[in-house]
Write a protein that binds this ligand. Structure first.
Ligand code: B12
Ligand code: SF4
Ligand code: SF4
Length: 277
């Protein structure tokens, strides 16, 4: 699935939300409501279920949403019991685009404006993942929201699962030379979160695309961690640089953003008139 189209704000938004709820027979109005949530019998109606999720996501200002099948690759999940994972065949992946203006404020290191933006988008993603998860729970299905940015293995620098990989599997984009999830519309300027679930939805297929002739990010990295081939990406070099940045006054987090700044996505390259690679 590609970028979500926004519902108009204010009263218009409320009206639009009511309209789609009526259209799809969705009459949940708050409080605890499970099996009787729909006017029509609850079957494996993927389209309607996707509609519930995408409209919620739209209301919450989510820019990207996709569904990944995760029945395979369980070894890539960490600190989640196998007995739970086997009940969760899907991941709903959500993404929020970063402010191009905030990224423009980056010169040769992360700054406090970017730190704030990073933290707020993480918090926003976590809140939306929670809301979607609560709704799925109310509908009688299982859901586990995964933190946007939380380590479960500090030494190996691992989260519960890689949102980038889930996003790729959900067809939202490809793994760029910068090792990040790169999308058509947002480039790498998108942060991600995921909800593991058994809510009946159709899993997408990964997109067959890559960075093509773009090498824009190679010169953006202060330690030249980004190479022509993704397989040669220097993870240790990148991490060491982020440790250096972390020490800088007021930052205190492993952030950087320099390779994100230059990976703006097809639509935004024209608008931003960034220098040619
Ligand atoms: C730890 C971490 C880091 C570490 C990296 C360490 C590492 N091991 O990757 C450090 C501190 C260096 C770091 C740096 C950055 N990070 Co970081 N980071 C994370 C975090 C919290 C966990 C990543 C993780 O577990 N990686 C594990 C690796 C090994 O996963 P992987 O590369 O995808 O490879 C595995 C999969 O492909 C898997 N696999 C294969 N088949 C299958 C099948 C299935 C079903 C599954 C699930 C997996 C799977 O096999 C591979 C090996 O295990 C995530 C949040 C999250 N939970 O995803 C954010 C995250 C990856 N970071 C992000 C960002 C933006 C950054 C920075 C730009 C910092 C910043 N914000 O300014 C830099 C970019 C560095 C770069 N160019 O790659 C974003 C990426 C967004 C995007 N568009 O891709 C994330 C997703 C946070 C978010 N909520 O958006 N990060
Ligand atoms: S800047 Fe270009 S080469 Fe680098 S990850 Fe983005 S699309 Fe790929
Ligand atoms: S996050 Fe910074 S150090 Fe790491 S690859 Fe990107 S530009 Fe280089």
């Amino acid at each position: 699935m590609s970028r979500l189209s926004a519902i108009a704000g204010g009263c218009g938004r409320q009206a639009a939300v009511s309209r789609w709820k009526t259209e799809i027979g969705y009459n949940y109005v708050g409080g605890i409501n499970r099996g009787d949530t729909f006017n029509t019998p609850m079957s494996n109606d993927f389209r309607r279920n996707l509609s519930i999720i995408t409209h919620m996501a739209n209301e919450e200002g989510i820019d990207l949403l996709g569904v990944a099948g995760i029945s395979h690759g369980r070894e890539h999940f960490h600190q989640l019991p196998a007995s739970l994972l086997e009940k969760l065949p899907l991941a709903i992946v959500i993404g929020v685009g970063l402010s191009a203006a905030v990224l423009d404020s980056l010169e040769d290191a992360p700054n406090l404006v970017y730190l704030h933006h990073y933290r707020q988008i993480n918090a926003h993603l976590d809140q939306v993942a929670l809301k979607i998860s609560q709704e799925i729970t109310r509908l009688g299905y299982l859901s586990v929201p995964i933190a946007a940015s939380q380590l479960v293995d500090w030494e190996k620098q691992l989260g519960h699962v890689s949102h980038k990989e889930l996003a790729r599997l959900a067809g939202l984009g490809w793994r760029g030379r910068n090792n990040l999830l790169v999308t058509e519309q947002w480039g790498a300027q998108v942060r991600l979160s995921s909800i593991l679930t058994d809510f009946p939805l159709e899993a997408a297929k990964p997109v067959v695309k890559d960075c093509g002739n773009c090498f824009r990010c190679l010169s953006s990295c202060p330690v030249e961690a980004i190479k022509k081939e993704l397989k040669d990406f220097d993870s240790a070099g990148c991490y060491n640089q982020l440790k250096e940045f972390k020490k800088q006054t007021g930052i205190g987090h492993h952030i950087c953003g320099l390779c994100v700044k230059v990976c703006a996505g097809v639509g935004r390259w024209e608008k931003q008139s960034l220098p040619s690679p």
